[in-house]
Design a protein around this ligand. Structure first.
Ligand code: HEM
Length: 387
């Protein structure tokens, strides 16, 4: 029996040996404790993502019940999903995102200025956790003074109790606070919406294209998806590049390898470990019959370590060809923010490696968050020669 429990604190230290056993011994694994299936092999996870008619997103894409949450694009099937995606997708083209390079670099430099002379810092609190929130707040025209508040609220959302399949009250409060925040901001803006992202969403509500709840749910998703994931990616890369000093030295000498290192970071230790679906019909796989109405966890992070797909998958190698990884999902729900996340991570690493090339992670002080879907650090102290 393989004890796979995404809520178990013990698993969070290193889930990869468990995933390997699941791929080898129980590729369609059932958790009697929590009552859901898990698919862990690359081919199965990919196929399920590509079959939204059978694997529906509407029951929510996390393991726990979040039926109390407002509607989000990520948890919608067609045609609602397409209606929302069409509304915003032109803002997220690669070309438009690359135009943000200069302001994002200025933000990153400003955060580094704050600690580069000090010789010691917490990368999560002072860089990785701040940059994505600052960027998403700019995109949503959230006043700079409110960033810290939203950051604090977003951080509590993902936290879970040991082996408990439920959203704790403290996290629910975070949901409510973020909805209330945007409800107020939207009301303030609705007289003259403007043509920025938020203005466009407000106009879409006025024109009857989206409901008020969908508008608030969308802002909420951007705050959480845009922030928690990207900050964890940056933190993970800082950590693994410290563990592999030779690979870091290579990137310091030639920063053109950084984009590839980011893809490897997404493959090797994914900030979004899983997504979930609900079956609309019975599906048989690996001799198991999964029934309509049951929840199926798609272990993206396990797929990325599947030896059937990637050679020597447990080796971190910034020079490998990691293409085909499922870090941003695949199919209809492919991450809308992938270009933005890649850009932010590249700029953060370029600036960090240029300014503090000799940083060392204080492993004793590094602590992971205890979340079911998200994997990464809550604190990541580093020491370095002051720059
Ligand atoms: C390293 C950073 C990121 C990772 C690893 C990541 C991962 C993912 C994954 C795996 C999905 C697919 C979920 C599913 O199929 O159920 C997704 C969807 C999504 N992501 Fe990201 N994401 C990241 C950054 C961002 C950013 C920066 C934004 C926006 C600012 C964003 C916005 C979204 C949205 C809106 C969706 C839903 C798309 C849809 O349903 O059509 N993400 N992301």
């Amino acid at each position: 029996m393989i004890d796979y429990d995404p809520f178990a604190y013990q698993l969070h230290a290193d889930p990869y040996p468990t995933y390997r056993r699941m791929r080898d011994e129980a590729p369609a694994h059932y958790s009697p404790e929590h009552g859901f299936w898990s698919l862990s092999r690359y081919a199965d996870v990919r196929r399920a993502n590509k079959d939204p008619a059978a694997f529906s997103s509407e029951g929510g894409v996390v393991v726990e019940d979040i039926s109390f949450a407002l509607p989000m694009i990520v948890g919608m099937d067609e045609p609602d999903h397409g209606r929302l995606r069409d509304l915003v997708k032109r803002r997220w083209t690669k070309r438009r995102i690359l135009e943000l390079e200069k302001p994002i670099r200025e933000l990153a430099r400003g955060f580094l200025d704050g600690f580069a002379g000090r010789g010691r810092a917490d990368v999560m609190a002072e860089l990785a956790g701040r940059l994505p929130m600052a960027v998403i707040c700019e995109l949503l025209s959230v006043p700079a003074r409110d960033r810290e508040y939203l950051l604090d609220r977003a951080d509590t959302l993902v936290l879970r109790e040991d082996r408990v399949n439920a959203v704790p009250e403290q996290s629910r409060e975070g949901f409510r606070d973020i909805y209330a925040y945007f409800d107020k901001l939207v009301a303030e803006r609705s007289g003259a919406p403007g043509d920025d992202l938020l203005g466009e969403l407000i106009s879409a509500e006025r024109d009857g294209v989206i409901s008020h709840d969908e508008l608030l749910g969308f802002c909420f998703l951007l705050i959480v998806a845009g922030n928690e994931t990207t900050m964890k990616l940056i933190g993970n890369l800082v950590y693994y590049l410290d563990e592999h000093a030779d690979q870091r030295a290579r990137l310091v000498a030639d920063p053109s390898g950084i984009p590839n290192a980011i893809e490897e970071g997404l493959r090797y230790d994914l900030p979004v470990q899983l997504t979930a679906r609900t079956l609309t019909r019975d599906v048989e796989l690996h001799g198991q019959r999964m029934r309509a109405g049951e929840k199926v966890v798609l272990l993206l992070a396990s797929a990325n370590r599947d030896e059937r797909q990637f050679r020597d998958p447990d080796r971190f190698d910034v020079t490998r060809d990691a293409s085909g990884h499922l870090g941003f999902g695949i199919g209809l729900h492919f991450c809308l923010g992938a270009s933005l996340a890649r850009l932010e991570a590249r700029i953060a690493l370029e600036e960090l490696l240029a300014r503090l090339p000799d940083y060392r992670v204080d492993r004793e002080g590094a602590h992971r968050v205890h979340a079911a879907s998200v994997r990464g650090f809550a604190t990541l102290p580093v020491e370095f020669s002051p720059a």
